[in-house]
Design a protein around this ligand. Structure first.
Ligand code: ASP
Length: 320
C-alpha cells in the first residue's frame, strides 16, 4: 500500500519505506509553497493546531507554527512556563482539557519518552504529532534530514550516513536510524563509547569510536549536539568539551584529510560551535544545515496535511 493513512505521527519505528517515501514526496510538493511570494494555501482552512511545547525549542516550534499557518490552520501555542503543568496538572489532564476544545492536531514536545503515545491513546479524535519526546524519537527531524539527503544525492538507498556524537541521549539519532535503515541507507554511529548505547548494533548500524574510521567514504556526516541538559548529573561521559572536540569535533583539516570531497555535513541544531563543529565547517561548502531548516517547514506541512487525511479528506470537506 502506498500513502500514509495514520491518525498520528509518533515515531519512524514501524513505518514502512512506502509510507516514509510518500511523506517525502508530499513534502517535496509543499516546498514550492514556501518559495512563492504568497506563501499560503487553503489546505487546512478551518482546522486548529495546538503547539504544546513542554520542553524548550526554537527551531522546531517556529517551523511547526509557520507550517500550520501556511496551510491556513488556526494555531495556538502553549509552552512549559505558561502551562498549568507548572502548577502540577498532569499531561493527560492538560491534554483532555485541550481536547475538549476540539483541536484537530496537538503537536507535542515533552521531556518524557512515550508522552505522545500516551496522548494518542487518550485522545482518539485528535491527531498527535511528536515534536521530540525525551531520548526516544523526533520523527519530523529525521524526515527533514532524509528529504535533505534525497534532494542533494538523488536518493537514500545504498548511501552511507554517519551519525557522530552523543547517540545515547539523541532522539534525532534514533529516529534517523529507524528511518534511514528502512529506506535502505547504511548507517554508522560514531562517538565516545560512553555515549553509544550498548547493543545498538542490533538496529543494524555499524559502530565506530574513532572519527577518522567513522567518516571514511561516508556520503553524509550528521553531527549531533552534546546534550548537556540530558547528561545525568555527576555522570562523566568525556573529560572536557575541549577533549571531546579534539576527538570528535569536525574542522576543515579533518574533513580534508579523512572525508569524501563531496561529503554532506548536517546538524539538527542548535550547534555548539567550537565543540562538535567549527564555524568553517558549519558555514562551509559541505554544509546543508540551512537546507535542513528550509525542508523542515515543508515536511511539517506534509505531516499535518497527511494526519488529517490528505487529499481525500480535503476534497470531502471542500478544502482541496
Ligand atoms: N533540536 C533537536 C532536538 O530537539 C536536537 C538537539 O536539541 O540537539 O532533539
Amino acid at each position: 500500500m502506498t500513502g500514509f493513512v495514520r491518525k498520528d505521527l509518533i515515531g519512524l519505528q514501524g513505518l514502512s519505506a512506502d509510507e516514509i517515501g510518500y511523506v517525502l514526496d508530499v513534502a517535496d510538493q509543499f516546498r514550492f509553497v514556501n518559495l512563492r511570494s504568497i506563501k499560503k494555501v487553503p489546505t487546512l482552512r478551518g482546522k486548529s493546531v495546538v503547539h504544546l511545547f513542554l520542553e524548550p525549542s526554537t527551531r522546531t516550534r517556529t517551523s511547526f507554527d509557520i507550517a500550520a499557518k501556511r496551510l491556513s490552520a488556526d494555531t495556538f501555542s502553549i509552552s512549559g512556563g505558561s502551562s498549568s503543568t507548572t502548577k502540577g496538572e498532569t499531561l493527560l489532564d492538560t491534554a483532555r482539557n485541550l481536547a475538549a476544545m476540539h483541536p484537530d492536531i496537538i503537536v507535542l514536545r515533552h521531556a518524557r519518552a512515550g508522552a505522545p503515545g500516551l496522548l494518542s491513546d487518550a485522545l482518539p479524535n485528535t491527531s498527535i504529532i511528536n515534536a521530540g519526546d525525551g531520548r526516544h524519537e523526533h520523527p519530523t527531524q529525521a524526515l527533514l534530514d532524509m528529504l535533505t539527503i534525497r534532494r542533494a544525492l538523488g536518493g537514500l538507498k545504498g548511501r552511507t550516513v554517519t551519525i557522530v556524537g552523543d547517540i545515547t541521549h539523541s532522539r534525532v539519532a534514533r529516529s534517523n536510524i529507524w528511518g534511514l535503515r528502512t529506506m535502505g541507507a547504511k548507517v554508522r554511529v560514531c562517538g565516545p563509547r560512553t555515549l553509544i548505547p550498548p547493543g545498538i548494533e542490533e538496529l543494524g548500524v555499524e559502530v565506530h569510536d574513532n572519527l577518522q574510521d567513522g567518516i571514511r567514504k561516508a556520503d553524509v556526516v550528521m553531527m549531533l549536539r552534546i546534550q548537556k541538559e540530558r547528561l545525568s548529573r555527576g555522570g562523566h561521559f568525556f573529560p572536557t568539551s575541549r577533549e571531546y572536540s579534539r576527538m570528535f569535533g569536525l574542522n576543515r583539516e579533518k574533513l580534508r584529510r579523512w572525508a569524501r570531497k563531496d561529503v554532506l555535513i548536517m546538524h539538527p541544531g542548535p550547534i555548539n560551535r567550537g565543540v562538535e563543529l567549527e564555524p568553517e565547517v558549519a558555514d562551509g561548502e559541505w554544509s546543508v544545515i540551512l537546507d535542513q531548516v528550509e525542508n523542515g517547514v515543508a515536511v511539517r506541512m506534509a505531516v499535518m496535511y497527511l494526519v488529517l487525511g490528505g487529499e481525500g479528506a480535503a476534497r470531502r470537506e471542500g478544502r482541496g
